[in-house]
Design a protein around this ligand. Structure first.
Ligand code: SF4
Ligand code: SF4
Ligand code: SF4
Ligand code: SF4
Length: 393
């Protein structure tokens, strides 16, 4: 399909949405509920909802009426309305505008609705840059009343979208929801005071991970986002972190790097924990890994990881107990050695056995490539087929 978006010619497969077409051409359209790794927000099923409190809200069907964030509005030549780019399929010869005064004004109105229940003072403040020199002193607040107090400051999609659309300075002060922050779960904190109910976490958990840990919780006539049981552990969470990765606000925040700020650099690496070989971007700050972001497009893991790769790397890489040099036992004690010394010793001792006296056990905690190399070493160098794998233990 050939179309024109903001005077740029774009070609995509039939069935692609305007939002996908724009993204493929590097054209930015603000969107808070849509995410490249997730199905569209309107496809959220009525959910295995959790009902707490009054029984009469059980017939509430608001999850199936979810209309999305309504920020990705676009203008299609020849049409009067402003459809959402995330749900409109491209057509041959279509001419699309993504940023006209009319579109931006409509978006601003919809953003105001979102920000009416979100800490908005910093977003609307025209002097927010002046806060930067004082940030170190005011950030670690127990209640987050604005971006300068928020661990998500400078890495927040809601900030990015608000800056693009422009926040109405006359926006009334929001009302603090007063939802207790959930601090007892492992790996990440849930602060639903910052939640904008975009349902990204719900779709990540239910439709990508097929785990149904989080979804709508109906309580006393209100629909909010939450977990089946009060804690994630009791709700059967895998702690894969998929919900954290797609959350566009600071509502879901990793414990390990909560106040570490923005990484200096990202380094693409392969997860060292198993043979799947998930591609992960290591978030590095001041020569330390502060977090991990699973790589999306074109990778074996498609933006996903398991708990080990997602939350278990920084700790083990920097753990004080980690062996970083070979140790050789001398007189009953381990002593540090160089790799040459260690390898020479192993080669010398192995040289005293014949091939059938040796066996090699490989590990499930290695990459496929490492396991391939070790079997090659066993068969081609040692000359033995005595080879096994710890996954069978
Ligand atoms: S979640 Fe984003 S927009 Fe909201 S207070 Fe935090 S940094 Fe600001
Ligand atoms: S960590 Fe994974 S399983 Fe747990 S709530 Fe998030 S997406 Fe669902
Ligand atoms: S917790 Fe985050 S991802 Fe989930 S609905 Fe709220 S803002 Fe969206
Ligand atoms: S341990 Fe988990 S994250 Fe790492 S490669 Fe295996 S499945 Fe992927």
């Amino acid at each position: 399909m050939n179309l024109t978006i903001d005077n740029t010619k774009v070609t995509v497969e039939q069935g692609a949405t305007i939002l996908e077409a724009a993204r493929s051409a590097g054209i930015y359209i603000p969107a808070l509920c849509s995410h490249p790794n997730l199905p569209p927000s309107r496809q959220v099923k009525p959910f295995e909802a959790v009902y707490r409190g009054k029984e009469e809200v059980k017939n509430d069907n608001s999850s199936s009426e979810y209309e999305g964030c309504q920020l990705c509005l676009v203008k299609i030549e020849g049409k009067d309305d402003l459809p959402t780019a995330c749900t409109t399929e491209v057509g041959e010869g279509m001419v699309v505008q993504t940023n006209t005064p009319e579109i931006q004004q409509k978006r601003r109105g919809n953003l105001n609705t979102i920000l009416a229940e979100h800490p908005n003072v910093c977003l609307a403040c025209d002097r927010k840059e002046d806060c930067d020199p004082f940030r170190g002193g005011i950030r670690k607040a127990s209640i987050i009343t604005g971006c300068e107090f928020c661990p998500n400051n400078f890495k927040c999609e809601l900030q990015e979208v608000s800056a693009y659309i422009g926040v109405d300075e006359s926006l009334p002060p929001y009302e603090y929801k007063g939802t207790p922050s959930l601090k007892s779960d492992s790996f990440f904190e849930r602060n639903y005071n910052l939640c904008i109910a975009c349902t990204r976490c719900v779709r990540a958990c239910q439709e990508v991970r097929v785990n149904n840990t989080v979804g709508y919780v109906f309580q006393d006539g209100n629909a909010t986002i939450g977990s089946k049981a009060p804690s994630l552990e009791e709700s059967g969470c895998q702690f894969c972190g998929a919900c954290v990765d797609v959350c566009p606000t600071g509502a879901l925040t990793e414990w390990n790097n909560k106040w570490d700020g923005v990484a200096d650099t990202r380094v693409l690496s392969t997860c060292p924990y198993c043979g799947v070989g998930c591609q992960l971007e290591l978030l590095v700050k001041k020569d330390r890994i502060i977090g991990v972001s699973p790589k999306g497009d074109g990778t074996v893991n498609q933006g996903q990881a398991c708990v080990k790769g997602r939350f278990g790397i920084a700790e083990f890489v920097h753990h004080t107990d980690r062996l970083t040099v070979p140790l050789i036992r001398k007189n009953g004690n381990f002593e540090e050695a160089s790799w040459d010394e260690a390898l020479d010793l192993v080669a010398e001792k192995m040289g005293t056995y014949n091939a059938n006296e040796m066996a090699v056990i490989t590990s499930a905690k290695c990459t496929n490539e490492e396991n391939y190399v070790i079997q090659k070493f066993a068969r081609a160098v040692l000359g033995t087929n005595n080879l096994d794998h710890c996954a069978r233990l």
